[in-house]
Ligand binder design. Sequence first.
Ligand code: HEC
Length: 128
Amino acid sequence: MRRTIHALALVLAAAWMPTTLQAAAPPAPPVAAADIAAGKSLFDRWCAECHAPGHGHPGTQQLERLRGAKLAELESRPDLTAALIRYVVRNGQNAMPAYRPSEISDAGLEQISRYLGRNQPPAKPRRR
Ligand code: HEC
């Protein structure tokens, strides 16, 4: 009887193990197209004046000086993380003013970050 129980336990463990070990990290939630569109219109309202492509836009010009032509235009940068965008928008950076939540809400800032972060490669799954 004991043996049978042991054998049964082994069989159960064998059946259980592979699926647990192979369990993949949950896929990142897809960024909703609506959020991207909302982020784009907030960007146009609050940021484009300084960060639209081309000269005559102080943000774009200053970033070209600081980071080079490839990283001058926020909308085509592949390296902007949501954390960096949040930090700069809430605190300002040199000539760039800070924005309060009464101007750009947290939800709005999140949408701007998603819009600007859409070119980022997907994050690597975390190891536990
Ligand atoms: C009045 C002009 C102006 C406005 C409006 C503006 N910015 Fe800026 N922004 C700048 C300037 C100038 C810089 C470069 C600052 C420096 O010298 O480091 C900058 C830098 C940044 C950076 C840092 C990039 C880097 O590589 O360091 C981010 C991110 C950024 N802006 C995001 C935004 C977002 C998002 C908005 C809209 C919510 C916005 N900015 C609105 C002028 C502006």
